[in-house]
Design a protein around this ligand. Structure first.
Ligand SMILES: Nc1ncnc2c1ncn2[C@@H]1O[C@H](COP(=O)(O)OP(=O)(O)O)[C@@H](O)[C@H]1O
Ligand SMILES: [Mg+2]
Length: 242
């Protein structure tokens, strides 16, 4: 049997009678880097929040790491980075990291190690003593990513992790995501509307108005739609005439 880190079966969601996620089914294999793509408002965050158990689907079932969502155990097994940063502005970067490390029940030794690792990874080591209220947007994104990685979870769910981050760091973050997948066998689900990030994924899921319009490897999608880039795949898969 194939091993899935995330499975959605006929999941559906509306807000105020407006369908945001059409009934959709989806499997994300363990150990893959999967990109969830689509324009603003297509339902990416809604889908992610349902996988996280933060929003209840109107219909359908969701499993993550072979547990039915929501499940208490999943809180410590998923590294989640929300689209809007959930940080304590009155605390410094380091205090934020330590707060979340304690929340995840890391031992003191692990805590010290993981805080250093995570801060180094997102290039925040020299800014850890600064209050987060004085961080730029990009620094807050980086701190949120560090928090998602703190407890070394097997599954990472990252909602637009590189928005507001400069190209150099963005490249480094993607390199690290690929390393986490290749060396540490992490499963990573990442939303983006940056088509340049799409090429780096093992599997691309394109979402449009709550429907999956494409789901395959980047190369297979380009070949299937005879497309130069993923904008073109998206338009052709969505039935638009170019
Ligand atoms: N809590 C909510 N109440 C009402 N409408 C919502 C809510 N959350 C999201 N929406 C709507 O659902 C649609 C999809 O939003 P979202 O999942 O945030 O898209 P994306 O993350 O792809 O930009 C949008 O039209 C948005 O306005
Ligand atoms: Mg979103």
């Amino acid at each position: 049997m194939k091993h899935y880190a995330i499975s959605l079966d006929n999941v559906e969601k509306s807000f105020h009678h407006k369908q945001v996620i059409a009934p959709l089914s989806l499997n994300i294999p363990t150990g893959q880097l999967v990109g969830l793509l689509g324009p603003s408002g297509c339902g990416k965050t809604t889908l992610i929040k349902m996988i996280m158990g933060m929003l209840k689907p109107d219909n359908g079932q969701i499993q993550a790491l072979n547990l039915a969502v929501p499940h208490q155990q999943l809180l410590s097994s998923i590294g989640y980075m929300a689209q809007s940063d959930a940080l304590y502005l009155d605390l410094t970067g380091e205090e934020n990291l330590n707060f979340f490390a304690k929340l995840y029940n890391l031992s003191k030794r692990e805590r010290t190690q993981r805080v250093v690792y995570a801060a180094q990874l997102v290039r925040l080591k020299d800014d850890l003593h600064i209050k987060v209220a004085n961080y730029s947007g990009g620094m807050k994104r980086r701190l949120s990513l560090a928090i998602a990685l703190l407890h070394n979870p097997p599954l990472l769910i990252l909602d637009e992790p590189t928005v507001g981050i400069d190209p150099v760091l963005k490249k480094e973050i993607w390199q690290e995501l690929m390393r986490l997948k290749n060396e540490d066998q992490k499963t990573i689900l990442v939303t983006t509307h940056a088509m340049d990030e799409a090429q780096k994924c093992d599997q691309l899921i394109m979402l449009r108005n709550g429907y999956i319009i494409a789901n395959d490897t980047p190369q297979a999608l380009k070949t299937q739609y005879d497309a130069q880039d993923f904008d073109e795949v998206f338009l052709k898969a969505g039935g638009e005439v170019l």
